[in-house]
Design a protein around this ligand. Structure first.
Ligand SMILES: [Zn+2]
Length: 620
């Protein structure tokens, strides 16, 4: 996914323990695997295929149905164990016969283990169940939270370990499953999944899906709402609410060009269609690389294609992440660092090097900011980290994304682009549909990049980059040409007449971000007033610029922004924007109370994970 899911730890501890059956165990003994954050015995008994029958009930905010798993019992185990987060298990059948089951007590935010006895020769288990209205994977939207305002909407977000709140599963990235699904929606709605998707609504509200390519559980995805489809070319298109369809398709019309650039780098796209779902504004993250159907925030629809880098990122995950998958969340940099590097290479092809240099620089600034917050010696600044008993969400910082990307850039610059590109292509193709560990990846690098040039490996200092804290001093960094001009303008701020002299017509949002980040926080409200009079920043429709401008406005006590800030906080659910804005308001004496008033007004619009995080800011 795009970075900035970040920052939050789940506070939802178990929503519905009273709904569990009587044979619930009182001991937490169902073997929690700390390294994998899972209760499942996936190494002994491995799920291979899912048949999912589910009915969506918007009035009760639950999904009910049956998850039927085909499994392989290589170890001749006596039980199969699943991850289960607050699911109400109704009935279980193994190879057609009803059986007892056992649910362990909940372990913090990881849910419970579901244990089912099996016999030799068994290969199918059918679990009838219901989700909790508080399922961490699902956000239920009222009609008022959608663009059309007529029908409700739901979407799921299963990365990292939320799939277990959607259906009982072996919720680890190390194994892969295929799936078929039958989803019953209310009439007038369309369901879409990370699978072969419909392109038109079915009047019965019944939809069938096939995902015949094996994926890890965190890539199971579902959205239901007033959704329409518009093709961009023969293998790509956009799904969104009807009123946004034309605008979204126009904004994303470069997808075929991006795909061409991506295939040149990673090899053939292996998933058939590549479509994008533009979700309602409350979507909590930037984007999620659900196979065949990226889910993305509508805040990237800026009207000028300036924020479609996010699509390059999610598309790149079709190779790094979805094809070659981090075996554990400790290896997250293999998903996100490779993808961020890959994203920049796509953007270099599509938008040119001078443009792409700005993306590298803004990423570098984000990295430095996290390194400062963590401290250079923090173990969480290593590429290969130890999550331990924390939620894997804690690993989604700028470190795996930006430190990972800049490490790969250093490798590329050291071995040469031609050699590195060949390596990358071979890496994806030879490990396709397999889990990858940090050690295995480094061994592959040794074999294919450094065997004949051990001096390259020591020059890069691979060990220090991957297993060491902080940022090594050979980090590649080029200050972008286009930001030099911005720096001049910032220096010019010291002069009385600079505002009229600023020619910003050719500026992209990236230059504006660098400019706004570079202004003193706080600045004098009179400076903001002058900037506003000339550049109408309070009126911007670009969400990235709006966020930086509002932050500056809050720290500077510039009241003019308040109506727009209120409107922004009422509609946008993206954590990347909400967390910094609320944090800034809470830190200021002037707006602290206002922050609470606004939060109380809009908290029900936010994703449960986002609302939890925002509540935690007050107690920090
Ligand atoms: Zn990502």
């Amino acid at each position: 996914m795009t970075k900035y899911l970040l920052f939050f730890s789940l506070l939802l501890l178990l929503a519905c323990s009273n709904e569990q059956p009587s044979n619930k165990s009182n001991s937490p003994s169902l073997n929690f695997n700390h390294a994998m954050q899972s209760f499942s015995n996936y190494e002994e008994v491995t799920c291979k295929h899912l048949d999912w029958n589910a009915t969506i009930d918007f009035s009760k905010k639950i999904i009910s149905g049956t998850a039927t798993w085909k499994f392989e019992n290589k170890a001749k185990a006596k039980t199969i164990r699943f991850d289960n987060h607050a699911l109400a298990i109704k009935q279980v059948q193994v190879n057609g016969r009803s059986t007892n089951f056992n649910i362990g007590t909940a372990f913090e935010k990881f849910g419970e283990g579901l244990e089912i006895p099996i016999q030799e020769g068994d290969s199918v288990v059918a679990i009838q169940y219901e989700t909790s209205p508080n399922a961490t994977a699902i956000q239920w939207l009222e009609p008022s939270q959608t663009a059309g305002k007529k029908l409700p909407y739901l979407f799921t977000q299963c990365e990292s370990i939320h799939a277990r709140s959607l259906l009982p599963c072996q919720d680890v990235p190390a194994i892969r499953i295929t799936y078929n699904a039958q989803i019953q929606t209310p009439q007038g709605m369309m369901a879409v999944m990370s699978a072969r998707n419909p392109q038109e609504k079915d009047p019965s509200g019944k939809y069938s899906f096939t995902m015949e390519i094996p994926i890890p559980s965190y890539l199971i995805a579902l959205a239901v709402g007033d959704i329409s489809y518009k093709a961009i070319n023969e293998r790509s298109g956009v799904y969104t609410e009807p009123s946004m369809l034309d605008k979204a398709a126009q904004e994303l019309s470069d997808i075929p060009t991006m795909m061409k650039a991506a295939e040149e780098l990673g090899g053939p796209y292996r998933w058939g269609h590549y479509d994008v779902l533009i979700a309602p504004p409350s979507f909590p993250i930037g984007g999620m690389e659900n196979p065949r159907l990226t889910f993305a925030t509508p805040t990237i629809i800026a009207g000028d294609k300036s924020l479609v880098t996010l699509i390059a990122h999610e598309m790149a995950h079709s190779w790094s992440g979805n094809l070659v998958t981090n075996a554990t969340w400790n290896d997250l940099w293999l998903n996100e660092g490779f993808t961020t590097y890959f994203e920049r290479r796509i953007m270099e092809k599509v938008a040119g090097k001078t443009y792409n240099d700005m993306l590298w620089e803004l990423g570098y600034q984000d990295l430095l900011s996290d390194l400062k917050d963590f401290g250079d010696t923090s173990a969480d600044t290593k590429l290969r980290i130890e999550i331990g008993d924390r939620h894997p969400e804690d690993a989604f910082t700028n470190i795996p994304y930006e430190k990972g990307a800049v490490f790969l850039r250093l490798v590329e610059e050291t071995v040469g682009r031609e050699k590195f590109d060949l390596f990358l292509n071979n890496y994806f193709q030879s490990h396709a549909f397999q889990p990858m560990t940090t050690d295995k990846c480094l061994a592959y690098m040794d074999e294919h990049l450094f065997k004949e040039h051990p001096d390259w490996k020591s020059k890069i200092n691979v060990q220090q980059w991957v297993f060491g804290s902080g940022l090594p001093d050979n980090c590649p960094h080029t200050f972008p040409e286009r930001f030099q001009q911005v720096e001049e303008k910032l220096n010019g701020m010291k002069q009385e007449n600079m505002l009229t002299e600023m020619d910003t017509k050719t500026w992209t949002p990236h230059e504006w971000l660098h400019f706004l980040r570079g202004l003193p926080h706080p600045s004098s409200p009179s400076v903001l007033e002058k900037l506003d009079a000339t550049f109408h920043l309070t009126q911007t429709t670009n969400a990235e610029i709006a966020m930086e401008w509002y932050r500056l406005g809050i720290s500077s006590g510039y009241d003019v922004i308040l109506p727009k800030l209120d409107a922004f906080l009422s509609s946008v659910g993206r954590k990347k924007f909400l967390v910094p804005l609320y944090t800034e308001m809470i830190a200021s004496t002037k707006y602290k109370k206002l922050a609470l008033d606004i939060f109380k007004k809009y908290q029900n619009n936010y994703h449960p994970q986002t609302a939890s995080k925002l509540r935690s800011i007050w107690s920090e």
